[in-house]
Design a protein around this ligand. Structure first.
Ligand SMILES: Cc1cc2nc3c(=O)[nH]c(=O)nc-3n(C[C@H](O)[C@H](O)[C@H](O)COP(=O)(O)OP(=O)(O)OC[C@H]3O[C@@H](n4cnc5c(N)ncnc54)[C@H](O)[C@@H]3O)c2cc1C
Length: 599
């Protein structure tokens, strides 16, 4: 099994090696169901009007109570070691939790901050004393946690923060001064993970700060477009005294901590996004089946079936890549532990290994969610615009996923930058070696194609998408060299092709593996096969567009003509009928009256 992050782009993966959501164990599904039941009993039971009206500026006691109730079920200690009162779930089950809790609307953000960004810095970087002091309280929600990185002048450029930590005269405390912004759970947090610069350091350090230390003031709850039931405030530090033993890791390591925690958050966000997508699809299909116009259910109209087919296809494809990556992270962690690494360090390094995939998934997952909620709203017509269906809340809530945990622009840039670093600096991914094989692929494209087994054509398309990335990134990189970082438009094009390669391959591997599973329902498989073809059909269009844009952005004359020719060679028309494929997927969902696959 290839456990090298980013290496998917240089070779082929055996489908037998990937994990599928169809392989969840009974125990994992029980956890998922427990989380969903919690959301249904505690949040959905309020009625959609009340759930949609939840607002942190007036409902903090209820939100805090929800967090405490969820902790009684163990949900606040998912990633915390058992010795500190947690459940110590494997990474992939943690992602499944993220998917399931998404139906808890804005509460998903509240519990996400508690279990992820607010506590993982201590889980991964805390000393045994720090862990003992804080983690049991966070697991039981006696302590509520938050993460303070962003400042008014430091968002995407997080390391430029101005919050200062100055050592006190007696050397026992750091005095924190500064302002943090957009702090989730800030309105009720007891513990703040704060990033600040010690004296005139270049890089941030990280501190565990208790509200009880004093010198902390909170701003009013922000008035936001969505996730209104999630607390978001500014936090002001005025000579807040932080004991020196509350420095996390070493001085100057805060930025590294911040980035590594965000890697974890990115793939979790993607899992939440497909949880939200599945929920919205089910509501849209149910509505389309019962709403009649022109004397027939609106689900019988091709225009509606188009939307259903698309929504299901995009969600299923993204899901394939999320849990493939999650499982790879678990395997990588086990590999590191075998080599003698401490368990939590191993998990952290394993996530770090798959930073390229995590960035791709953050972007893809949030884009899919936004597409789905928009189309689900459209399918509800005027009712979609009304509060009572809950769809308008989903539409508003979803929008934040393209902004936090690193904006989608930053993550697009990051996916390509990180892959390039692994290729050129650490030499972990052999992009140059893969590039040398391109002439063979071009030559192969000139020969008549004969499919000899079931997935030959689909495999060829995925291989060609990867080749398109290698071709353009190699040629543009050679020409522009260090100027490439200033040509963000081209990097964005490359990021989009890279993402198509990873999501497309993950979907192909899933359907291939399902096709070999004895006893797997053939009717379902036939639909999933069509879904794969539809995905690849659309993927080729996106790759062509991004590829030609990139080429036209840096090449001219003969070079441009040759590059265009080669890209055309790699992305020929895929002879399928997209309408029929989309209808087949949609009809299956319509028949099931819900998102039709593993829910
Ligand atoms: C509801 C909510 C909850 C949040 N929760 C937290 C939290 O708990 N803790 C926390 O620390 N932060 C939190 N954030 C902050 C969030 O992470 C930031 O908003 C996000 O990182 C973007 O920073 P910014 O808002 O300053 O935007 P900016 O960085 O100013 O970005 C503005 C635009 O410029 C683009 N841009 C910026 N830099 C570049 C570049 N180099 N290249 C290309 N494009 C670029 C961005 O992609 C974006 O489109 C939260 C934000 C919101 C809205």
């Amino acid at each position: 099994m290839s456990l090298k992050g980013g290496s998917f782009i240089t070779g082929e993966t055996d489908f037998k090696e990937v994990f599928l959501p169809e392989e969840w164990t009974e125990e994992q599904l029980m956890i998922r169901d427990m989380v969903r039941d919690f959301c249904l009993q505690e949040i959905h039971s309020l009625g959609i009007d009340k759930a949609a009206a939840l607002d942190a500026s007036k409902d903090l006691p209820f939100i805090v109570e929800l967090l405490e109730k969820s902790a009684e079920l163990g949900l606040c200690g998912l990633s915390i070691d058992k010795e500190y009162g947690g459940m110590d779930l494997d990474f992939n089950t943690g992602l499944l939790f993220g998917e399931a809790i998404a139906i808890g609307f804005s509460f998903a953000t509240t519990i996400g901050a508690q279990t992820s960004i607010g506590s993982l810095p201590i889980v991964f970087y805390g000393t045994p004393e720090q862990k003992q002091k804080y983690l049991p309280g966070i697991a039981s929600a006696k302590l509520k946690a938050s993460y303070c990185l962003t400042e008014p002048g430091a968002g995407s450029d997080a390391n430029s923060g101005k919050t200062k930590a100055t050592l006190s005269a007696d050397g026992k405390h750091y005095l924190l001064n500064g302002q943090k912004m957009w702090i989730t759970n800030g309105g009720f947090a007891d513990v703040f993970i704060v990033f600040a610069k010690i004296e005139n350091d270049k890089d941030l350090s990280a501190f565990i700060v208790e509200k009880a230390f004093g010198g902390i003031q909170l701003g009013k709850e922000e008035k936001k477009l969505g996730i209104k039931g999630s607390s978001t405030v500014q936090v002001f530090f005025n000579n807040c005294p932080v004991p020196v033993e509350n420095l996390l890791a070493k001085r100057g390591e805060g930025f590294k901590i911040a980035l590594n925690i965000l890697n974890t958050g990115r793939i979790k966000l993607a899992a939440g996004a497909i949880g939200g997508s599945k929920f919205a699809i089910s509501r849209a299909v149910e509505y389309a089946n019962q709403r009649e116009q022109f004397n027939v259910p609106i689900s019988s109209f091709g225009a509606m079936r188009y939307k259903i087919g698309e929504m299901v296809m995009r969600t299923f494809a993204t899901e394939s890549a999320i849990y493939r990556t999650g499982s790879n992270i678990d395997h990588k962690q086990a590999e590191f532990v075998k080599q003698g690494m401490d368990k939590s360090q191993a998990k952290l390094q394993a996530v770090r290994e798959f930073a390229v995939e995590c960035a791709i998934l953050k972007v893809y997952g949030s884009d899919v969610l936004d597409y789905v909620v928009d189309e689900a709203l459209q399918m509800h017509g005027g009712m979609g615009y009304a509060v009572e269906t809950g769809i308008e809340m989903g539409y508003r809530d979803a929008r934040i996923t393209r902004i936090y945990e690193g904006t989608n622009e930053i993550n697009r840039l990051l996916s390509v930058a990180e892959l390039t670093r692994r290729a050129l600096k650490t030499k972990e991914v052999d992009l140059i070696g893969a590039g040398k094989k391109l002439p063979g692929i071009f030559f192969n494209q000139l020969l008549p194609f004969k499919s000899t087994s079931g997935f030959d054509e689909e495999r060829r398309i995925v291989r060609n998408v990867k080749a398109a990335f290698l071709l353009i990134s190699g040629a543009a990189g050679n020409k522009l060299r260090e100027k490439m970082v200033d040509e963000q438009e081209i990097v964005m094009n490359l990021a989009d092709i890279l993402a198509e390669a990873y999501i497309g391959e993950s979907l192909l591997l899933r359907v291939q593996k399902l096709s070999e599973k004895s006893g797997y329902n053939r009717e379902v498989l036939a639909v999933q096969r069509k879904l794969l073809q539809l995905f690849l059909h659309e993927s080729l269009d996106k790759v062509r567009k991004a590829g030609f844009d990139a080429i036209a952005s840096y090449a001219t004359g003969v070079e441009k003509s040759v590059m265009n020719y080669l890209l055309k060679l790699l992305t020929p028309q895929y002879k399928v009928n997209p309408k029929e494929l989309r209808r087949a997927v949609a009809d299956y969902a319509i028949k099931k009256n819900a998102y039709p696959f593993i829910g």
